[in-house]
Design a protein around this ligand. Structure first.
Ligand code: BGC
Length: 725
């Protein structure tokens, strides 16, 4: 529970600290319809459904629009399927469709389901609406850097409105995997390393996607993913398995899932990973004991894409039939896109390996979610309203504010920032300087709004100033991206050595001619996200060379980073006076960056992940246990001999244009029994000359106990707006 009292320049933060996590009082599954009525409707439906129709509800059919060439390129990633999607629906073989955003197609399929099938059960249309649909918001890792759950909630509410305007009624988010290894590409999709911040962001995003309850108009049902432990992938390699002790599972990886479930999330997605030698999508312990029994989840579980089929690929299931049996009995209700349930469940029932009761138990929560969403009564989106929702200027305004509030100022020597608008000339340099595509980050939707690049943002801010731009370096993924292949995005052609050299020379000349340089470096959007792990955190391509060459000109340089993970910027941290971590800030990214650079907005983000000095330091996270030797031992270093143990920038770090002073920390009592609470208060003062908001972070640690506990654990966060008077 948080409370603030603020006057114009001084505020007292009062934080209530409750020891031992008590479960939230929110109902696990809220509903406008009384539970009994929902149960009765489900019973009636089930009593009338054939086995085939029930299996249809357990099946989600992929609707990727692929050319024959793309299909060939993807090999056996997707199942061969001679039946059209429309026919699957007409035959009652689909409870849900995924991967289409075409409103005409969605409406057509829903009409087929509602008018041409015997049971007239509406379809769920699922899509990865991860950080925006038409309007792209900052990536989830960036949203977490705002440390502001309300902001995340509002952003996801807009995303839900836009997606539902075209008929999508289910998003595969929030992604809440705690990640402590920056090599893992999917660190960008979650809230970073900390269970407390992760839980706050999980809860907020569920509220944003779903509204107060399932069935809130203009919202969608969420799917918290990837259950569970996916972020622990060994070596940061995507899809790799993990060995997670139960203590870690329960204390670190599950709290964000619990928060999402307590907030009423309607569905959970089971992960790809092999957890302690049992694939998560065939893992009874996870899906029954933990998810249903311990976390009290009442909605339905969808597998990750192809994960039921891939129980065989893992060397776990014997054949597709065994995969279907293991997936269903473990607790996966809906098979995403692999058609393994559709092709095998019937024979499993006929042979007596599965009972009709087991099938009914799997179908029940799917029907329940559809009923609670009001889909039977309102299966269609309002196409007349769609365009005005998708182009609502308020959405872009929120996207700009969100982007401003997620950026983290990492360095600002001699207050180089904010830059003066009276500057005579600016060079905006870097391979990402004028990219409207990369600034959106991964999981951007094809029909996303036109985004503003950094160059465009700076030009709009300084209409009368000479602003020139040079790429200066080249960026390429070495191996093609799986996700690009699926969406038919062609790889770009790398620059040849002589072209690279001339780009670098042009960049240096542009820097020399200008008063100030804004250097925009980082990663392409497809360098983080799914199947985008990296073995090195160094700036990819020849960007380090560009950075050093531009800094050598002696001009004032501001480094703006566009990226989805901590990068090795140790050299920059010692040589570049100002560094702004902008993540992938989305549609309004360029404008928001210019707002921060030229002082129209204050940088207020704080890192949601520890920032390592070098790749070899990962996994790096603040909540580690103490060792037998204090890490700040002045006499010798024992943990590494070649770099300090501490990160380059710690979790929770972020500068601001205005300084804050913290004083008078007080506790209402000095002892706290399990389950008890105490009040912590502190004076926070804005001692600078401009307005700003500050995040007050409270950490606790245990001095002694029956088990070792981390050196610090975050327990309470409060964001305060402090005006300067
Ligand atoms: C990803 C999920 C995603 C799903 C559907 C999978 O490859 O792991 O996060 O929701 O595809 O697109």
């Amino acid at each position: 529970m948080l409370n603030t009292r603020s006057n114009r320049c001084r505020a007292i933060a009062i934080l209530f600290l409750t020891l031992a996590l008590s479960s939230s009082s929110a109902p696990a599954q809220d509903s406008s319809a009384p539970g009994q009525q929902v149960d009765a409707r489900v019973d009636t439906l089930l009593s009338r459904m054939s086995l085939q129709e029930k299996i249809g509800q357990l099946t989600q059919v992929g609707a990727l629009d692929l050319t024959p060439e793309q299909r060939k390129d993807l090999g056996d990633l997707l199942p061969e399927d001679p039946v059209s999607i429309e026919d699957h629906v007409r035959r009652g073989e689909a409870g849900s469709i995924l991967w289409t955003t075409n409103p005409v197609f969605i409406s057509k399929l829903q009409h087929v389901a509602m008018e041409e099938t015997r049971m007239k059960i509406p379809l769920l249309f699922g899509y990865d609406v991860i950080h925006g649909f038409r309007t792209i918001f900052p990536v989830p890792l960036a949203l977490a850097a705002s440390w502001d759950p309300d902001l995340a909630e509002n952003a996801q509410a807009v995303a839900a409105q836009e997606a539902s305007a075209v008929g999508i009624n289910w998003t595969f988010g929030p992604m809440v995997d705690i990640a402590r290894d920056a090599r893992w590409g999917r660190i960008v999709e979650g809230a970073g390393e900390d269970p407390f911040l992760g839980a706050a962001m999980a809860r907020a995003q569920v509220r944003g996607f779903q509204g107060q309850q399932l069935g809130t108009p203009g919202r969608v049902v969420g799917s918290v993913k990837h259950f569970a432990g996916y972020g622990v992938a060994e070596g940061g390699r995507d899809y790799d398995g993990a060995y997670i002790p139960e203590e870690h599972l329960r204390n670190i990886y599950l709290p964000p899932f619990k928060a999402a479930i307590d907030a009423g999330v309607g569905t959970v997605m089971s992960a790809y990973l092999d957890l302690n030698d049992v694939p998560a999508s065939g893992n009874r312990f996870l899906l029954r004991d933990v998810l249903r029994r311990d976390l009290g989840f009442k909605g339905f579980v969808v597998s990750d894409a192809m994960a039921v089929r891939d129980l065989q690929t893992h060397g776990f299931a014997r054949d597709p039939q065994d995969a279907a049996l293991r997936g269903l009995t473990a607790g996966v209700n809906m098979d995403m896109a692999s058609l393994t349930y559709l092709r095998n469940l019937e024979s499993l029932v006929q042979s007596g390996k599965l009972s009709m009761t087991q099938i009914d138990d799997a179908v029940r929560p799917i029907l329940e979610v559809k009923i609670r969403m009001g889909l039977f009564e309102h299966p269609y989106s309002d196409s007349a309203a769609a365009e005005s929702i998708l182009t609502d200027p308020e959405h872009r305004k929120l996207a700009r504010v969100a982007a401003q509030r997620t950026m983290v100022l990492l360095r600002n020597e001699n207050s180089l920032l904010p830059l003066k608008k009276t500057v005579a000339s600016v060079a905006v340099i870097g391979p990402l300087a004028d990219s409207e595509k990369e600034i959106q980050g991964s999981w951007g939707v094809e029909k996303a709004a036109q985004a503003v690049s950094v160059l465009e943002g700076v030009r709009a801010k300084l209409p009368h100033v000479r602003v020139e731009s040079v790429r200066g370096a080249d960026l390429q993924r070495k191996y093609p991206s799986l996700v690009d292949k699926v969406f038919g995005v062609k790889p770009t052609v790398p620059l040849a050595a002589d072209q690279l050299k001339s780009e670098l020379d042009r960049a240096v000349e542009a820097a020399r001619r200008s008063d100030t340089v804004v250097l925009v470096l980082g990663e392409l959007a497809n360098m983080s996200g799914e199947a985008a792990s990296r073995v090195s955190l160094d700036l990819p391509g020849n960007q380090q060379q560009l950075l050093e060459a531009v800094v050598a000109t002696g001009k004032p340089v501001v480094l703006v980073l566009l990226n989805g993970r901590p990068l090795n910027i140790s050299w920059a941290a010692g040589h570049v006076p100002a560094i702004l971590e902008a993540w992938y800030p989305g549609t309004e990214g360029g404008n928001a960056i210019a707002d921060i650079l030229f002082g129209d907005a204050n940088p207020e983000g704080k890192l949601p992940v520890s920032w390592p000095r070098t790749t070899g330091q990962v996994p790096t996270y603040y909540a580690h246990n103490l060792t037998h030797q204090p890490e700040d031992d002045k006499n010798f270093t024992s943990r590494y001999l070649d770099v300090p143990t501490s990160p380059l920038y710690p979790f929770g770090y972020g500068l601001s244009y205005t300084p804050f002073a913290f004083s008078k920390l007080q506790l209402s009592q000095t002892t706290l029994a399990p389950g008890g609470s105490l009040q912590v208060s502190i004076d926070v003062e804005n001692t600078g000359r401009s307005s700003g908001s500050e995040v007050v972070q409270l950490y606790i640690h245990q001095r002694a106990g029956s088990a070792s506990r981390p050196v610090r654990t975050s327990t309470c966060v409060i964001r305060m707006n402090l005006l300067f008077s």
